[in-house]
Design a protein around this ligand. Structure first.
Ligand code: 5GP
Length: 114
């Protein structure tokens, strides 16, 4: 069974794709929490950060580089933004295909609710 994000990457279900290369794909979150809310996802299925292997180092770096490019593309590089990767239950992960949230376009407040 492929993940919902693999289906998006393969074009089997629609999404607004904003970046794609040989390692990662980025698309707009269906339920945005901020004016800019983009998900940056490895093209290969990796469930969580815990499942990253040495061979994924290039891809993991590419996720960050893509985030920087997308922040510039979206016009939020200077105003600022937040990158979030949720992992497993306590991290609030809902989709078990590794992804980084790029959030910005407004003041985001505290990093974690106390
Ligand atoms: P998580 O809680 O796993 O870190 O975040 C999952 C994110 O995926 C959520 O922000 C949710 O809105 C987004 N999402 C879930 N299903 C879809 C979908 O089918 N399409 C898109 N574009 N985003 C999705």
């Amino acid at each position: 069974m492929s993940t919902i994000f693999t289906k998006i990457i393969n074009g089997e279900i629609p999404a607004t794709i904003v970046y794609r290369d040989e390692l990662v794909t980025a698309f707009k979150d269906i339920n945005p929490a901020a004016p800019v809310h983009i998900l940056i996802v490895p093209n290969k299925e990796i469930a969580t950060v815990n499942d990253l292997a040495e061979e994924d180092e290039r891809m993991a770096g590419r996720m960050l580089l893509a985030a920087g490019k997308l922040a510039a593309q979206e016009g939020i590089a200077e105003s600022g933004y937040r990158l979030i990767i949720n992992c497993n239950h306590d991290g609030g992960q809902e989709v078990y295909h590794l992804h980084m949230h790029l959030l910005g376009g407004r003041r985001l407040g505290r990093m974690v609710a106390r």
